[in-house]
Structures are given as structure tokens and as C-alpha cells.
Ligand binder design. Structure first.
Ligand code: NAD
Length: 264
């Protein structure tokens, strides 16, 4: 069985179109492959054209039932983002970026960019997608939030603010969409094994003068009961579940995959 083989209970998404942002990276890439494995026609959006090309090649080599088409787009172009979402049945808001810096040293322009990509773009993508979803009486919005949508950590002001905002946006979309057959939910992972986290591990190892294994065990997973990183495919599985018929009553929810972090 491959990481993205359809599982029992996960829908046949044949005939459905999906748009996934941040598709060239860890979680977004896994979501694209998972939804394509379930038969969806996936529009993979990222600013990283090379990463998208590699993804399309991988999806084609795999011979998945669905198809993957690449759209190179910088989501700071909000009008283009809204336009790109027109006609999609499933929207996965996943693109994100991180800067770890105390508030007094945090560059205001980076704060604005983080909010733009991780909160304003999802809003504009929803605006673009909802008329079609409402028109057919079915739609799925999956917002890849984070434990940082529910908890703060020092030095991550923009990221924590954006994710808390995304949580509110998701719940509002759930209330507005319910009468139209549209669900909206957040998936809230702890630390996932992706390039974003690999970079943080390397930075922290250098900053603390310790090896990467100790960074994972002693710093990243200090509050996590299950002492391992989450795999991107596990997050993609949750996203696929949220598109299933069994999940039609699940809306306005924040589904944690945090190894017990928020149980504290
Ligand atoms: P990643 O860095 O591997 O991938 C993020 C992708 O977003 C990249 O391909 C990047 O090119 C794209 N992107 C960034 N800015 C963009 C822009 N302006 N326009 C278009 N594309 C842009 O990150 P990841 O770890 O896979 O994270 C994906 C999502 O999951 C993010 O929202 C992140 O906050 C969330 N998340 C990650 C973790 C983790 O531990 N990795 C934990 C919880 C939540």
C-alpha cells in the first residue's frame, strides 16, 4: 500500500475538482497526491514552479486515478488567488511561511506578508470558490491550521496571529456554508516532518549548539506526549476524511493531530 492509497471510508472523489495551495511543499504535496489518489482533478497552486513540475511528474508516474495540474501563483496576489479558486469543489488552504523572531525585532513587512498569505489569501480563495459550491449544494473547505491556531509560542507572533485568524475564518465559513452543503474545518497538526520544520531544526541546532535529534526531542516535542514528528501523509489522510460522506456533519471543527500537545 502506498502512502496515498484510498482507505475504506474515504470517498471516491472522481468528478470532483480540488485546489490545494502550497502544493509544492510537504503537507500540500501530500494532500494533492492523496486527493488525486481518490480520483479528484487537483489544481496544485504554489509560487515554486520547479516543485510543482516535480509533483506533476510524480503524480503522472504513479498513474493515480485523478489528475494534477500545476498553477504557479504567488498568493500575495490576492486578486489572482480569488480568480484561481473559481469552479472548485474542494479547497485546501495550506500555503504558509514562518519567521521566528521577538515582536520588537519582527519586521513589519514580514508580519504583513504572513497575514496576507495565511489569512487574507484563504479568505479570497473562499470568496472565489463559494459561489460554485453554493450553486451545486456541495463543497469542502479544509484549512491547514496548526496547534498554533489554538496555542501561542513565543517569537512566532505573525504565524500564531495568522493561524488564530484562520480558525475564526474557518468557523465563520462553516456557519455560512451549512445551509449550502459546504463544510469548513481546520486541521491542527503539531510538528510535521516537512521542509519548513527541517529548516527550524537546523536553525535551532545551530543556535543552541546541540545536535538535531536533541532539538526534536527536547525543544520541539517538549510538550508533545507522542515523541515523534507527524508525517505529511497523516495530515493528508485527515484532509481526505473531511471530504468523505462520513464527515458531512463535521464542520466548524478544529481537529488536532498533535500527539497530545493540547491535552496539557
Ligand atoms: P513547506 O514550507 O514545506 O510548504 C509550504 C509551501 O507554501 C511551499 O511550497 C511554499 O512555496 C508555499 N508558499 C509559501 N508562500 C507562498 C506564496 N506567497 N504563494 C504561493 N505559495 C507559497 O511547509 P509545510 O510544513 O508543508 O506547511 C504547510 C502548512 O502546514 C502551513 O500552513 C503550515 O503553517 C502548516 N503546518 C505545518 C506544520 C509543520 O510542522 N510543518 C505544523 C502545523 C501546521
Amino acid at each position: 500500500m502506498t502512502d496515498s492509497t484510498p482507505q475504506p471510508g474515504v470517498p471516491d472523489l472522481g468528478g470532483r475538482t480540488a485546489l490545494v495551495t502550497g502544493a509544492a511543499g510537504g503537507i500540500g504535496r501530500a494532500c494533492v497526491l492523496r486527493l488525486a489518489a481518490a480520483g479528484a482533478k487537483v489544481r496544485a497552486v504554489d509560487r515554486d514552479a520547479e516543485g510543482l513540475a516535480a509533483l506533476v511528474e510524480r503524480a503522472t508516474d504513479d498513474g493515480r486515478p485523478g489528475t494534477v495540474e500545476a498553477l504557479t501563483l504567488d498568493l500575495t496576489d490576492l486578486d489572482a488567488a480569488e480568480h484561481a479558486a473559481a469552479g472548485t469543489d474542494i479547497l485546501v488552504n495550506n500555503a504558509g511561511l514562518q519567521l521566528v523572531r521577538p515582536i520588537e525585532d519582527f519586521p513589519p513587512e514580514v508580519f504583513s506578508t504572513v497575514l496576507r498569505v495565511m489569512l487574507e489569501a484563504p479568505f479570497r480563495l473562499m470568496r472565489g470558490a463559494l459561489p460554485h459550491m453554493y450553486g451545486q449544494g456541495w463543497g469542502r473547505i479544509v484549512n491547514i491550521s496548526s496547534v498554533h491556531g489554538l496555542r501561542a509560542s513565543p517569537y512566532k507572533s505573525a504565524y500564531v496571529a495568522a493561524k488564530h485568524g484562520l480558525e475564526g475564518l474557518s468557523k465563520t465559513a462553516a456557519l455560512e456554508g451549512a445551509a449550502h452543503g459546504v463544510t469548513s474545518n481546520c486541521v491542527c497538526p503539531g510538528y510535521v516532518r516537512t521542509p519548513l520544520v527541517e529548516r527550524q531544526i537546523a536553525d535551532q541546532a545551530a543556535a543552541h549548539g546541540i545536535d538535531p535529534e536533541r532539538v526534536v526531542g527536547e525543544i520541539l516535542l517538549a510538550d508533545t506526549a507522542v515523541k515523534r514528528l507527524v508525517e505529511p501523509e497523516e495530515v493528508a489522510e485527515m484532509a481526505a476524511y473531511l471530504c468523505s460522506p462520513q464527515a458531512s456533519f463535521v464542520t466548524g471543527a478544529s481537529l488536532t493531530m498533535d500527539g497530545g500537545w493540547t491535552a496539557h
